[in-house]
Write a protein that binds this ligand. Structure first.
Ligand code: ZN
Length: 263
């Protein structure tokens, strides 16, 4: 028999297979995304029955067969049962799992994504943080882990990090005040006959103030254990939510099945 090994991770999805088993997708520290058979998990008395539920976080003991991994034991450290008692939260939670499943890869180090998912499900359980805010923080940080986040740390023209004021929605970059002045001057010289060219929104540019910029930068770069530990006044929170929603709509082409259940 093949050697047993241990994986720490979270159940992303689980479907019944045959009479007794389940096929489970796990996000693990050791092997990235893993698809595994939970042998006997459909039997009521099996210890794998509860361990194969979505959201379960714990340690899984398995062995490698010729074509697949079989899990034969598990130790649950968090089951996040509370989520399943609130329909809105459970839909949101399933969406988070689907996003992680979509971006995670096999045999890659997905520790940061696993840790993000874990603290995000915890934050979803925390009634002090609005679900919509948890969602947008999770989405933006996910893009950060993917390395496809908006460049909000320096000016795309001069590379300075001060006085960043304008966000270019088309190219997902920032332009500083100085460079914006130069660009505007150039444009007005170029087409001084065009009456409508001084509307910056036309070019997909929006003005972003320092508070909002700081929040966006923080969510992309803060240590994970501090990601959900800040409070925003409602106006700033709404602008942050709008910013991420707009960014995701423009840049994520994939349609997540679970997203249509979100309000
Ligand atoms: Zn600049």
């Amino acid at each position: 028999m093949a050697d047993k090994f241990f994986m720490h991770g979270m159940v992303l999805s689980s479907v019944p297979i045959g009479e007794n088993d389940r096929r489970v997708v796990l996000l693990t520290q050791e092997r990235g995304k893993v698809s595994a058979f939970f042998r006997g998990a459909r039997r009521a008395k099996s210890e794998l029955s509860a361990a194969s539920n979505a959201f379960t976080f714990g340690m899984f003991e398995g062995f490698e067969g010729r074509n697949s991994i079989t899990v034969v034991g598990a130790e649950i450290s968090q089951s996040f049962d509370e989520i399943t008692r609130d329909l809105e939260k459970v839909y949101m939670g399933y969406y988070f799992l689907e996003v992680a499943d979509y971006y995670a890869q096999e045999n890659l180090d997905e520790t940061e994504r696993l840790n993000l998912l874990y603290i995000t499900i915890k934050a979803l359980n925390n009634s002090a943080i609005p679900d919509e805010l948890v969602r947008r923080i999770y989405e933006l940080r996910t893009m950060g882990i993917n390395g496809e986040y908006p460049n909000v740390f320096s000016c795309a023209e001069c590379e300075e990090s001060d006085h960043l004021r304008f966000y270019d929605r088309e190219n997902c970059i920032m332009i500083c005040e100085e460079c914006m002045k130069k660009i505007s001057e150039k444009n007005s010289n170029k087409s001084s006959n065009n009456k409508n060219n001084n509307n910056s929104n036309k070019n997909g540019l929006i003005s972003i103030n320092d508070d909002l910029l700081y929040v966006i930068q923080y969510v992309i770069s803060a240590p994970l254990n501090k990601l959900y530990s800040f409070k925003l006044e409602s106006n700033l929170q709404n602008r942050f939510i709008d910013f991420v929603q707009d960014y995701i709509q423009k840049n994520v082409m994939h349609i997540f099945k679970t997203e249509k259940f979100l309000i």
